[in-house]
Design a protein around this ligand. Structure first.
Ligand code: PAP
Length: 335
């Protein structure tokens, strides 16, 4: 790893590669690799690009995770609003256990990532044995894995999948900022030009972006009762309608009707960017996996890409997106 300044403190765990298992190191030595977004290198495993430490978690969860029919798994392309949807799902699913109007709601004191763990990161990363005993049914979990790499029991069971993506331009900008923030002080930051070219080539976290989105899009058409497909921009545009649809899909049709929409309004307020980003835990706290909570709250807007893209960049990505999504019926919203 090329640490930019030798006098820096030890890098956080997510940047360390020395303590990976021998089996994982052996595997990495034969996998295709490219310049990394977060670590020095990103590797292609089972057709998608990801970090070395995550590969170890992917292998473990594919081998060990046993899905239950009642499970709910949030699947996202990285930087598509995972943190937001985790908070919305947590509020919806736990209405009985944690009523939204109660003062001690877990979302007020814990980051959504600590409440809804990524399968391939926390329970299974670093050879840990997962402890799901604290999870009441339905278990709420998350993943960035492409459809083909989900643990087999997830595909075979009646587990419900909520899928979230975001327009590729904002996804890219958010990913570039986030990964540079994780490198800051330990590795040189990556230029926007270099990472943009990699993104367009499909080399992005859990990318190619288009493969990830298209696979879940197709599954959501084939199996609408299993996969609920959402876009960040749609939730921004019609939060109440989208939340209601989500509740229907999950078969937990809240007290929406009962309380004249007060519950919906309060869930949306509690999970808003303004509210979550200003909580003490999200200003000064850290995730159990290392990163600072505040890195998950940057701007939370649609269309920030316009502040960064040149005309050439915009044309290039539009062209790639047009080609990749041609005939799929899928359209992204950019503003
Ligand atoms: P992850 O996939 O690594 O977990 P994720 O939560 O998807 O990250 O990405 C964070 C993005 O969601 C950030 O977008 P930005 O960089 O364009 O600003 C972040 O600001 C945005 N975000 C986080 N919380 C919310 C929220 N409550 N409402 C809307 N957007 C949010």
């Amino acid at each position: 790893m090329t640490i930019s300044q030798t006098s820096q403190p030890l890098p956080p765990k997510y940047l360390q590669e020395d303590d990976l298992s021998e089996e994982c190191k052996k595997l990495l030595s034969i996998l295709p690799k490219e310049k990394g977004w977060i670590e020095s290198y990103i590797y292609n495993y089972q057709g998608f690009w990801t970090s070395p430490r995550v590969i170890q978690g992917v292998i473990a969860c594919q081998q060990q995770f046993q899905a239950q029919d009642s499970d709910i798994i949030l699947v996202t392309t990285p930087k598509s609003g995972t943190t937001w949807l985790k908070s919305l799902l947590f509020s919806l699913v736990n209405q009985m256990k944690h009523p939204i109007f109660k003062q001690n709601h877990p979302l007020l004191v814990q980051n959504p990532h600590d409440l809804v763990p990524f399968l391939e990161r926390r329970p299974y990363v670093d050879g840990q044995v997962p402890n799901f005993s604290s999870f009441t049914s339905p278990r709420l979990l998350s993943t960035h894995l492409p459809y083909a790499s989900l643990p087999k029991s997830v595909q075979d069971s009646r587990t419900k999948l909520v899928y979230l993506c975001r327009n590729p331009s904002d996804t890219f900008i958010s990913m570039w900022h986030f990964s540079n923030s994780l490198r800051l002080g330990y590795l040189d930051t990556n230029s926007i030009e270099e990472m943009f070219d990699l993104f367009c080539k499909g080399v992005s976290l859990h990318g190619p972006f288009w493969n990830h989105v298209l696979d879940y899009w197709k599954e959501s058409i084939k199996k609408p009762h299993k996969v609920h497909f959402l876009m960040y921009e749609e939730i921004k545009e019609q939060p109440k309608i989208q939340l209601k649809r989500l509740a229907e899909f999950l078969e937990c049709p809240i007290s929406i009707e009962e309380e004249n929409g007060e519950v919906v309004d309060e869930i949306l307020r509690m999970c808003s960017f303004e509210n979550l980003s200003n909580l003490e835990v999200n200003i000064n706290g850290k995730l159990s996996t290392g990163p600072e909570n505040k890195l998950f709250f940057r701007k939370g807007e649609v269309g920030d890409w316009k502040n960064y893209f040149t005309i050439e960049m915009s044309e290039k990505l539009n062209h790639v997106v047009e080609q990749k999504f041609q005939g799929s019926g899928l359209k992204f919203l950019y503003t």
